[in-house]
Design a binder for this molecule. Structure first.
Ligand code: ATP
Length: 288
């Protein structure tokens, strides 16, 4: 049976020039089969994700979004196909090399020990311990200031609210990638529902910050891959959307993937387009 989710990927899109001026950095997913270790394959993907852009991973509960992230981070082995990071199979990268190039914020923000907020953010700098920056403390302080957790610096993360904890982990991953990697190449943020626990203002501040890191400012050129459930956040802040559904994916510009028709087909929710004052398309939803 015809399944559009298995036929349209971004694999044939031309490479974007790198905002860093170097060679384009990308993840290449070649017929990549993703699934829980020892379980069935959840989704197969054949596409390429490029740096200097925000890519939102969307899809229904259980579709395989977190599983895809776990595969991209190397925590889970692919069930099949190939996964290349900057042209090299992911398995050929050492964890030390990868830690200088990509930072991860997974769904469970719990920490095993009773760390303070500052200690959690300092963990982001662990990857740089052999070649520290000239201002390690300043990086940690600036990352905490950016996500406004400085006031909690000496509190145990276990005592924070869900949103405060999420902002602490956001500061951690930003601290990890604060400076361009000495080895060159773009830096990547892999984030699983970073805004899920955040209030309305922080959802927008976080997505705007991620977009700035991808597009503008001193950190321009960072690749951002983030699982999000909010279609309007994805429409407003993501360049591309990778929609995981029914064992396959759609990947392309956000407004081309997240059409009212596709949303109705995938989630069974009615969707009416409206326009924000800045011209951004946004949707109103109603159960069909
Ligand atoms: N460690 C695990 N062991 C067994 N099954 C798992 C495990 N992790 C996930 N699964 C199952 O794999 C499927 C995909 O899970 P995954 O977390 O990737 O979905 P998701 O798209 O991220 O969903 P959500 O939107 O609910 O976060 C689900 O059916 C889930 O129950």
């Amino acid at each position: 049976m015809f399944n559009p989710f298995k036929t349209w990927g971004a694999a044939t899109r031309p490479a974007q020039p790198s905002a860093l001026g170097g060679p384009a950095s990308s993840w290449r997913l070649e017929h990549l089969a993703v699934g829980v270790p020892g379980g069935d394959t959840l989704v197969s993907l054949h596409t390429r994700i490029e740096a200097g852009r925000v890519t939102a991973i969307v899809g229904p509960n259980g579709a395989g979004k977190s599983s895809l992230l776990s595969t991209l981070t190397g925590q889970w082995q692919p069930h099949g196909g190939q996964l290349f990071f900057d042209g090299q199979p992911l398995s050929r990268w050492s964890s030390e090399q990868l830690a200088l190039r990509r930072a991860m914020m997974m769904q469970d923000g719990g920490v095993a020990f009773d760390f303070t907020v500052q200690e959690v953010v300092e963990l982001g700098r662990y990857a740089h311990r052999l070649h520290p920056s000239t201002d390690e403390a300043g990086i940690v302080a600036r990352a905490m200031a950016l996500t406004q957790v400085s006031a909690f610096a000496q509190r145990s993360v276990r005592t924070l609210s869900g949103g405060e904890r999420a902002r602490t982990h956001l500061a951690r991953v930003l601290a990890q990638l604060w400076e361009p990697a000495a080895c060159g190449g773009a830096r990547w943020l892999l984030l699983d529902e970073p805004t899920a626990a955040m209030d309305l203002a922080w959802q927008h501040q976080t997505m705007a910050l991620l977009r700035d890191w991808a597009h503008a400012g001193p950190s321009a050129g960072v690749g951002v891959i983030a699982v999000v459930h909010d279609m309007n956040l994805a429409l407003r802040y993501a360049d591309d959307v990778l929609l995981v559904h029914g064992g396959g994916c759609l990947h392309g510009p956000a407004h081309e993937v997240l059409t009212p028709e596709t949303i109705a087909q995938v989630w069974g929710v009615g969707c009416f387009a409206t326009q924000a004052p800045d011209g951004t398309a946004q949707y109103l939803f109603a159960q069909n």
